[in-house]
Design a protein around this ligand. Structure first.
Ligand SMILES: NC(=O)CC(=O)C(=O)O
Length: 300
């Protein structure tokens, strides 16, 4: 029997023939929004998009990295807020409670004591803070004649690996540069994640080279769904985001992708595909850990 069962106010699972925990679908919305210099306007736009995604049937709505602030080290201090008492946190919590959807709040510059972090907050459908991820790997790179960026000049790195549970589906969160660190995402897969959500703002140098490559590689290697959410491209900004928010299935296939302008990608994440791929290609049980063991444990 197929039918709709309501387990919580926030999440409506679509159950199919059996009670296998992987036999579930979750409708996700990836909001590729324009981000400008007006913080209140950015937050209002995010709230509006959460409501619109809910109307379109989304059960989980994800926003991009730095959705309330321009992306750049010179902006973080000015735009930073405390979590969860700041205005942006309060707006996301309210939007989640009003719509009953889970909100993965991209990221915001977070002030904590005298430190700043690049932080993603996750809100359940009652508006409660479900998880908080501080970008673990700061974006410090130097590509001669192309770009230099040093988040560590102003930000501190997080020291937690973040996963949360949404009515039985384990979901991991990483932020942008974190995506390049296979070991951390491997641990999320090992912990049972079926989906990893990555709010991210790649740029015009690394975006065309690595964005899709990394999304598909992680999905394929870890045999799970990968959702990457970027701000829309603004060619007048100090840092020009690549855009191209995308959803990749556990086969490594891109099932949906936006272009560079504003838009929302809505798609069902079928958790059953995770099990299917892992059964069909059982690399998880075929590792030669007698020869190598690079990823060992999940430190809480
Ligand atoms: N902005 C980032 O954190 C990462 C990025 O743009 C890249 O890895 O490329």
């Amino acid at each position: 029997m197929m039918g709709d069962n309501t387990l919580t106010d926030a999440v409506h699972w679509r159950f199919r023939e059996d009670s296998n925990p992987y036999v579930r679908g979750l409708k996700v919305a990836l909001v590729q929004m324009a981000v400008g210099s007006d913080k209140a306007k950015n937050v209002a736009s995010a709230v509006k998009q959460i409501h619109r995604a809910k109307e379109a049937g989304a059960q989980l709505v994800a926003l991009p990295e730095c959705f309330n602030s321009p992306y750049g080290t010179k902006f973080f201090d000015e735009y930073a807020e405390e979590v969860p008492s700041g205005a942006t946190s309060r707006a996301l919590s309210k939007a989640a409670a009003e719509t009953g959807v889970c909100v993965v709040g991209g990221s915001v510059p977070e002030r904590f004591g005298n430190k700043l972090y690049n932080t993603c907050t996750v809100w359940d459908g009652s508006g409660k803070l479900l998880a908080q991820h501080r970008k673990v790997h700061l974006f410090d790179i130097r590509i001669p004649n192309k770009m230099t960026f040093r988040e560590s000049e102003v930000l501190s790195p997080g020291d937690q690996i973040t996963t949360f549970d949404l009515a039985g589906i384990k979901i991991g969160v990483c932020i942008c540069y974190d995506l390049r660190f296979y070991e951390m995402l491997h641990l999320m897969a090992q912990e049972g994640c079926a989906l990893i959500i990555c709010p991210a703002a790649f740029n015009m140098t690394t975006g065309p080279r690595h964005w899709e490559l990394l999304a598909r590689s992680r999905a394929n290697d870890l045999q799970l769904w990968m959702a990457l959410v970027s701000p829309a491209r603004d060619t007048t900004a100090a840092y020009v985001a690549w855009g191209h928010s995308m959803l990749v299935d556990p086969w490594g296939s891109v099932v949906g992708q936006l272009k560079e302008s504003e838009g929302t990608l809505i798609h069902e994440v079928d958790v059953k595909v995770v099990e299917e791929v892992r059964n069909n290609i059982p690399v998880r049980t075929q590792r030669r850990t007698d020869l190598y063991e690079t990823v060992k444990k999940f430190k809480k």
